[in-house]
Design a protein around this ligand. Structure first.
Ligand SMILES: [Zn+2]
Length: 462
């Protein structure tokens, strides 16, 4: 159902918490007006009332949708040497099988879960392009279009980031068999990009950017040419890249170039707010300072980074220097903004043996993390989301005022409770682009989507 107005007794606006807020929503799904202290306004009296406090929906800046179907399958020990790299082999085995309709079914299920958890936009870092033999489909954009279809069906906002994957390792090492569904020559890649931009032009729910997979998968020339090619199509579109996730990647990059991955990128590309450096786990103090000063977004995925044994991002030092970050659920071992933010803070507490480390002048860790992740996530996705203000998308979540963890809490204390005490999801309603997609904690299409997902998981694990 599409809304035209909403009245909230309390809402987190761009300038802070406000009371008696009237939201007016334009036909294109953006916010036309946001008026605090509107209790006596005649329009507020006739507007539907939110069932609890209203927050901006959270952008999820890093997703590989198909991996949701393998969540939980890689938690069995294969011996002492289990690592990111052995996990990747399992993932490649899984990847070899997925058909287009199965990808759509998995993505739809994932996006339903994201919306129910309070993520209202996603950055889909999409690298499953070709058929299992590595040949393009009849429509080379087939697999991308399946992600678009899942987003349209479920209502989540989508920043689609087709992955450019050219090589298997640093210095242009040939790709392996497990990577053949990912590979592109630059020309074909730019045709795919242009096709997707043209087909989805003017859709306010959509943005298209690029994702050079990593410094392992592109050479310096290919990376530079891809950015030039993107600029010719859209000179402000986002650019995402995996970087410095694993210590082996740092060692290999040093052996190849004499520089560490983040250092290399900062020295060789024009890194700014348009860039999202996903993970950036392993940085020296100098790299941390330089990345913070660049204005680029660090794309942090704490539950996946923990699950894969990546390491800890230097979040305290990065935030103290004004570094920008957003969160992603990446492998989807967890689909919960609260859990990502909680583990971002907990990792720092365990490492530094102190409490309340990621905090600004508000004094509230929960509010600091939520606000920063909104702003950084919106920047990374290249869409006007993550804020409740005129012109921005009408993407919002309504907390369940009756949830025991929220009782007696107001203002920033609501966010502290949501993030640190919220193992039970406290989100009741979700609106994306002015359309209610979660009502009474149920997604409007969840039964049909789950049945398709049930069939798909049975096929993939048979
Ligand atoms: Zn990733």
């Amino acid at each position: 159902m599409t809304a035209t107005t909403l009245f909230a007794e309390t809402a987190l606006l761009a300038e802070g918490w406000a009371r008696d807020v009237l939201f007016e929503i334009a036909a294109d799904g953006s916010l036309a007006a946001v008026t605090p202290n509107a209790a006596k306004d005649g329009r507020a009296k006739s507007a539907p009332r939110a069932a609890g406090p209203v927050l901006p929906g959270m952008p999820n800046l890093h997703s590989h949708a198909f991996q949701r179907a393998m969540a939980g399958l890689t938690e069995r020990s294969g011996g002492e040497e289990d690592s990111f790299w052995t996990w990747r082999e399992v993932m490649y085995g899984f990847v070899g099988k997925i058909r287009p309709d199965q990808l759509e079914a998995i993505a739809a299920q994932l996006y339903v879960e994201m919306l129910k958890a309070g993520y209202t936009a996603v950055g889909e870092f999409h690298y499953l392009h070709h058929d299992p033999e590595g040949r393009p489909y009849a429509d080379p954009a087939e697999m991308s279009e399946r992600a678009f279809a899942a987003a349209a069906e479920t209502g989540i906002g989508l920043t689609h980031l087709p992955v450019l994957y050219g090589f298997g390792g640093f210095g242009g090492t040939p790709a392996g068999q497990g990577q053949r569904r990912f590979l592109h020559e630059l020309d074909d890649y730019l045709i795919l990009l242009g096709t997707l931009m043209t087909r989805h032009e003017g859709d306010p729910q959509i943005r298209v950017g690029i994702a050079p997979h990593s410094l392992r998968a592109v050479t310096p020339e290919l990376l530079a040419d891809a950015v030039t090619g993107l600029d010719a199509l859209d000179s402000t579109a986002p650019i995402h890249i995996h970087i410095a996730e694993q210590t082996k990647e740092v060692e290999d990059c040093l052996a190849w170039s004499g520089q560490r991955p983040v250092e290399w990128l900062l020295d060789h590309m024009q890194i700014g707010p348009r860039w999202c450096l996903v993970h950036a786990t392993h940085m020296t103090e100098t790299e941390t300072t330089r990345l913070a000063q660049s204005g680029a977004v660090a794309g942090l995925c704490p539950t996946t980074e923990a699950n894969l044994g990546d390491g800890l991002f230097p979040a305290r030092d990065y935030l103290r220097q004004g570094g920008v970050f957003g969160i992603g659920s990446d492998s989807h071992i967890s689909v919960s903004p609260g859990e990502e933010l909680r583990w971002l803070e907990y990792g720092q507490r365990l490492f530094h043996r102190r409490r309340n480390l990621l905090v600004d002048g508000s004094g509230s860790v929960g509010a600091t993390l939520y606000r920063l992740a909104l702003a950084g996530g919106a920047t990374a996705l290249g869409r006007d989301v993550g804020r409740l203000a005129p012109g921005a998308r009408a993407d919002l979540v309504v907390l369940d005022a009756d949830n025991p963890i929220l009782l007696g809490r107001t203002g920033d204390a609501l966010l502290d409770a949501y993030i640190f005490a919220g193992n039970v999801n406290p989100i009741r309603e979700v609106m994306v682009g002015g359309r209610w997609v979660v009502e009474g904690s149920r997604h409007i299409a969840e039964d049909a989507v789950r049945e398709r997902f049930r069939k798909t998981t049975a096929e993939l694990t048979a």
